[in-house]
Design a protein around this ligand. Structure first.
Ligand SMILES: *Cc1c(COP(=O)(O)O)cnc(C)c1O
Length: 412
């Protein structure tokens, strides 16, 4: 195999929840479809088309196998954002005569939040926005209590991208099924990191993306259940009637082949990947949390992705921290919205204060992370936090046992 794609001499990639590098095996599978096998999968009258169609068929089965689904239940899209849009808007439009109430939660990915907001703003849906606990999770009881006679859709993500918290989707799916309500989950962060089976988890629709599982960017899929219940979605993209009429547009054959290959590898290597993720995530987390005091874990300690930990460093200014570790690629708890630095809405929803949110970092390891990278990253983070705290009067006061909340800052 070619060298690990995450290693770039000086720079250390620990942002696998944002995107993953292409697995070299995925690239190998894609190459023929970027070169000689360029046919349109919808061309029925020549061998170029047939070769493309055959490749798509194999990929569809590979995706279905990873999800425990039938190949007829897989709709190819441009990624999880499109899958979320299609699932939510497509379901609400299809079920408009039945009702227009949907249930979601405040820490969903923007693709879900903004799809729901669009429907709400335009009077197409009434939305219940469930709050999360301090651990970032909704409970099945919250979902059950929010259900109304006109509820048509529940959409709750499998695992959160920022904090890694894993929602009880099997239980939520069971509640939805009992009431005859369709259940969608944005499974983008859960698939390939957690066991996944659409029947075991009571899921009617599931969004996924290739570039979060070592496939290429710009391709993904939506699982759409065919039986019990039979889910039909109003298309959001109209045209040639591809993908059983639910998503028109010439298929992205190399991308789809890459998604299929990524799914096959994820299934074959699942146990090996899990062991690797856990060993490296734990090593990094233990080094940092072991060396530094006043460090808080954001999200649930147990119900959490094996790749991820998100921590706040008290008494450190967020921007200085990120600037102090330029060779380490991680995500910060601040989102750049236009010109200002906004604390992450996910951390806010957990009740994390703005200062702590700004000084929080999400570390996410992956298939190509090495022990040497983890050790080097831990050293740099620890050194930088210590250096910043050495300059912080607040940290000094905390060390002396002064209760900072009792200090009257206005006094001169
Ligand atoms: C990355 C991500 C998305 C968006 O996926 P794209 O394929 O980049 O559109 C949606 N939901 C979650 C939870 C994600 O992590």
């Amino acid at each position: 195999m070619t060298s690990a794609p995450s290693t770039n001499n000086k720079h250390i990639y620990l942002d696998y929840n944002a995107t993953t590098p292409l697995d070299p095996r995925v690239l190998d599978a894609m190459m023929p479809y970027l070169r000689e096998n360029f046919g349109n999968a919808a061309s029925r009258s020549h061998s170029f088309g047939w070769a493309a169609e055959e490749a798509v068929k194999i990929a569809r089965q590979q995706v279905a196998d990873l999800l425990g689904a039938s190949d007829k239940e897989i709709i190819f899209t441009s990624g999880a954002t499109e899958s979320d849009n299609l699932a939510i808007k497509g379901a609400v439009e299809m079920l408009a005569k039945k009702g227009k109430h949907i249930i979601t939660c405040v820490t969903e990915h923007k693709a879900v939040l903004d799809s729901c907001k669009y429907l709400e703003t335009n009077g197409l849906a009434d939305v219940t926005w469930l709050e999360v606990g301090k651990n970032g999770l909704v409970t099945p009881e919250q979902v059950a209590e929010a259900i109304r006679d006109d509820t048509v859709l529940i959409t709750i993500m499998m695992a959160n991208n920022e904090i890694g918290s894993i929602h009880p989707i099997k239980e939520i799916g069971a509640i939805a099924h009992e009431k005859g309500i369709w259940f969608h989950t944005d499974a983008t962060q859960g698939i390939a990191k957690l066991p996944f089976d659409v029947n075991d988890l009571n899921v009617d629709m599931a969004s996924m993306s290739a570039h979060k599982i070592y496939g290429p960017k710009g391709v993904g899929a939506l699982y759409v259940r065919r039986r019990k219940p039979r889910v039909r979605l109003s298309p959001q993209m109209h045209g040639g009637g591809h993908e059983r009429g639910m998503r028109s547009g010439t298929l992205n054959v190399p991308g789809i082949v890459g998604l299929g290959a990524a799914c096959k590898i994820a299934k074959d290597d699942f146990d090996k990947d899990q062991a690797h993720y856990k060993a490296l995530r734990d090593r990094l987390e233990q080094k940092i949390r072991g060396a530094l005091d006043h460090v808080e874990l954001n999200g649930d300690d147990e119900q959490r992705l094996v790749t991820t930990f998100n921590i706040s460093f008290a008494y450190v200014e967020g921007e200085s921290l990120i600037m102090g570790i330029p060779e380490i690629a991680v995500s910060s708890g601040s989102a750049c919205t236009s010109a200002s630095l906004e604390p992450s809405y996910v951390l806010r929803a957990l009740g994390v204060g703005d200062d702590l949110a700004h000084s929080s970092i999400r570390f996410s390891v992956g298939r190509f992370t090495t022990e040497a990278e983890v050790d080097a990253a831990a050293d740099t983070v620890i050194k930088t936090v210590r250096k910043l705290r050495d300059m912080s009067p607040l940290y000094e006061m905390a060390q002396e046992g002064i209760d900072l909340s009792s200090v009257n800052w206005d006094a001169h």
